[in-house]
Ligand binder design. Structure first.
Ligand code: SIN
Ligand code: MN
Length: 270
């Protein structure tokens, strides 16, 4: 990764306005190769952290890898990621959640419109939205392999449609419904379309190694992968240490219990 080139004040101002920030950093090729190798190895393992698409055989996502894989454990402490998270949150942070969404060629299924903080608040009791997602692209990401789409500035609305959703249906409180293509907490398509018209959207496009940040309450989605190119995206959710939920019940690979402030490693390579 290169050094931060945007000034801290600019970065924060963009993020506060848009809920979205595309960093000028790029993870270097050797580091990316190590990360991809870890992802390949973990994908072949039989373990609860590996989640499949509805067909039961295509790997959809890997969870909590920073806890058992050395390369992923180092990644979350790279100054360029950890420093960005601290800058945006303004407090010491820890890793709340770590996942790799694989979006396999042709088979990788969509993520419907949603806000991440709905899950963290309702399922885990996260007190406030003082967290940030930092995404690292493991593959080149283009319009056809299912890029992440965010509604710019929608984080400023807070959680949307809470009252309607309350009455809607009983929640299963089954974590499998928080990681599949049938998400439990969604923003209805018609609401997302209205917001899209009003606020505009950004697509997370770019070469592998790209880094971006998005807010816990930003409305976002991504479509099926309609191409022959994989679109693996690694997501580290950093949470303020002061904002750790008191008594979470979901598995540790979805909600880390280790709320000790992270310290950076000395350089930005893996
Ligand atoms: C995606 O991988 O495209 C969606 C990520 C997310 O909603 O967390
Ligand atoms: Mn999400």
């Amino acid at each position: 990764m290169t050094a931060i080139t945007d000034s801290a004040a600019d970065v924060k101002a963009v993020y506060e306005q848009d809920g979205w920030y595309q960093s000028p950093h790029r993870l270097d090729d050797a580091s990316l190769a190590k990360l991809r190798a870890s992802v390949e190895t973990i994908s072949r393992q039989q373990r609860p952290e590996v989640v499949y698409e509805k067909d039961g055989s295509t790997v959809r996502a890997l969870h909590g890898c920073h806890e058992f894989d050395e390369v992923c454990g180092r990644l979350v402490r790279l100054p360029a990621l950890l420093g960005l998270a601290e800058e945006l949150i303004g407090e010491p942070v820890y890793v709340y959640q770590f996942k790799v969404n694989m979006k396999q060629p042709r088979e990788g299924a969509a993520w419907p419109w949603h806000q991440d903080y709905a899950f963290w608040s309702h399922e885990d009791g996260m007190p406030d939205d003082k967290a940030v997602n930092i995404a690292v692209f493991l593959d080149d990401t283009h319009e056809l392999n299912g890029p992440l789409k965010v509604v710019l500035g929608s984080h400023q609305l807070g959680l949307i449609g809470e009252e309607e959703q309350e009455n809607d249906r009983e929640r299963s409180h089954d974590w499998r419904n928080h990681v599949s293509a049938d998400l439990e907490y969604t923003v209805p398509d018609e609401v997302a379309e209205e917001l899209t018209e009003k606020f505009g959207t950004a697509l997370a496009l770019g070469p592998s190694g790209s880094v971006c940040a998005f807010h816990p309450t930003i409305v976002h989605s991504s479509s099926n992968n309609r191409s022959d190119d994989r679109r693996a995206m690694l997501l580290v959710t950093y949470n303020a240490v002061s904002n750790a939920p008191g008594n979470p019940v979901r598995p540790e690979f979805l909600v880390s219990r280790n709320a000790v402030p992270l310290t950076p490693v000395t350089d930005n390579t893996l």
